[in-house]
Ligand binder design. Structure first.
Ligand SMILES: [Zn+2]
Ligand SMILES: [Zn+2]
Length: 183
């Protein structure tokens, strides 16, 4: 577990509304994310702006958090390796409870339920889950990106008629031998 500074921008005090069902507060904050949200392939990088608009609503089980998180993710196109910028508009939803989190029949903890100490909410996990869910497994600079030539690595976009000379037949025979050996 990494140590989280108490000054985390994700932490909101709710002592005044907790255990007062019906009471609520709107949170509207922009801050630089202290840690990247995402994967090695695409993420909202550390230091990027995140705009958080959520309502914190006191319910009998705790605090219900709902709203949106907006940020820009940076990644690499899975085909041509160009930079990809993606505007992320994620729906944030979660129940923060002071009680025990009950597992379902399969022994799994429910999603979207988080524990808190009754005083302050740490929204980092719920925001991270929401943002990561919006990120593609394979980012593309555009849906029909032609990618790179698998033989020489040239960008096919700049050179659509790109082609290679057929391999010398002698080499080709040798190559198929090698392939047979490998397979
Ligand atoms: Zn691309
Ligand atoms: Zn090529």
């Amino acid at each position: 577990m990494s140590h989280r500074p108490t000054t985390s921008p994700y932490v909101f005090h709710v002592r005044d509304i907790v255990r007062s069902p019906g009471a609520h507060r709107e949170v509207s904050e922009s801050f630089a994310v202290p840690q990247a949200l995402g994967t090695d392939i695409i993420s909202v990088p550390e230091g990027a702006d995140l705009e958080l608009n959520v309502s914190l609503e006191s319910v009998s089980e705790g605090i219900w958090v709902s709203g949106t998180a907006r940020a820009q993710a940076l990644g690499e196109c899975g085909r041509c390796l160009d930079e990809v910028r993606l505007d992320v508009d994620a729906t944030v939803q979660g129940l923060f409870t002071v009680g025990e989190i009950e597992s379902d029949e399969d022994g799994e903890e429910p999603e979207d339920v988080f524990k808190f100490d009754g005083e302050s909410l740490d929204l980092e996990d719920v925001v991270r889950d929401a943002v990561v869910m919006k990120l593609p497994f394979t980012p593309l600079c555009r849906p029909d990106c032609p990618g790179l030539c698998d033989q020489c690595g040239a960008r096919l976009e700049n050179d659509p008629d790109h082609a290679h000379e057929a391999i010398d037949p002698r080499w080709s025979a040798l190559q198929s031998l090698t392939e047979q050996k490998e397979s």
